[in-house]
Design a binder for this molecule. Structure first.
Ligand code: G1P
Length: 265
């Protein structure tokens, strides 16, 4: 629920999914996060209260989400890991491909990356994970892939291995898995088959590696627009980029930034 300018991060991520053409959203939350459900609740009373306070833009944003997508919730009773959280979606997903968006990674790209990944699955039939290059010193914060050749002009690479948070010296490449995945429902049987991995948790990465061995998997390499709002620097960068794009704040904010330029080191 951390606000970035005027929207909680979870809403930015929901709007990204909608921009990529997704109209059914399941938010997997913990028992302590009821405030998130209230945020997406289209209760008449809540809207009337916001409207009475003059918060018309907020009311409109929530209504727009309600008219473009169904937002559902499920609770992960115990924090048993990301793979376990994703497996909570099994019944809801049924037998269609689906996307997983980790909301501490926000994308400022109008849904472009996710749309590209959805299109890639439609063409290849294989699950797709988002990949971004990082220096070796940072790779141990992420899932990391071994991959086939990178072809000029194509964002897609074939993945030949996935490992969760390897030490720099053990990392198979400099491509790290970012919090966007477009998966076939076959992932669920693999998540159920795995034992707890790194940190004693059921790791999505381990389930993905089994899925890759069975069905193959693609990586979608991108470089721009991703911010980890759990990191202070990235939170600031995301705030500035979103402020510049903001229809009301943007022009004045750009002038303000320009006025600071002479003071930059
Ligand atoms: C999770 C995944 C990791 C991935 C990362 C992306 O890690 O387990 O593979 O690279 O998200 O943000 P977490 O950030 O939950 O530690």
């Amino acid at each position: 629920m951390l606000p970035v300018i005027d929207r909680p991060a979870i809403q930015i991520v929901v709007e990204e999914a909608i921009a990529a053409g997704i109209d059914d959203i399941l938010i997997i939350s913990s028992p302590y996060k009821k405030v998130m459900e209230d945020h997406f609740d289209r209760a008449f009373e809540l809207e009337a209260r916001l409207a009475a306070k003059g918060k018309l833009a907020e009311v409109e944003a929530i209504r727009a989400i309600g008219s473009q997508a169904q937002v559902h919730f499920v609770r992960q009773g115990e924090p048993r890991g990301l793979g376990h959280a994703v497996s909570m979606a099994r019944r809801h997903v049924g037998d269609e491909p689906f996307a997983v968006l980790l909301p501490d990674d926000i994308m400022v790209d109008g849904g472009c990356l996710l749309r590209g990944m959805i299109d890639a699955l439609a063409v290849t039939g294989r699950s797709v994970v988002a990949l971004k290059e990082f220096p070796s010193s940072e790779i141990s914060n992420y899932g990391c892939v071994a991959h086939g050749p990178i072809e000029a002009g194509s964002p897609l690479v074939s993945i030949s291995g996935l490992v969760e948070k390897p030490k720099a010296e053990d990392a198979p490449s400099n491509l790290a898995v970012m919090g966007r995945y477009v998966l076939t429902p076959a992932i669920f049987e693999h998540l159920e088959a795995i034992e707890p991995g790194a940190g004693g948790e059921i790791q999505l990465t381990d389930g993905l590696d089994r899925l890759r061995r069975a069905d193959g998997m693609s990586g979608f390499v991108f470089s721009e627009g991703r911010y980890d709002i759990g990191q202070k620097q990235d939170f600031l960068r995301a705030t500035v980029e979103l402020a510049l794009q903001h229809p009301e704040l943007g022009p004045n904010f750009a002038r303000f930034l320009a006025s600071l330029t002479p003071r930059l080191p």
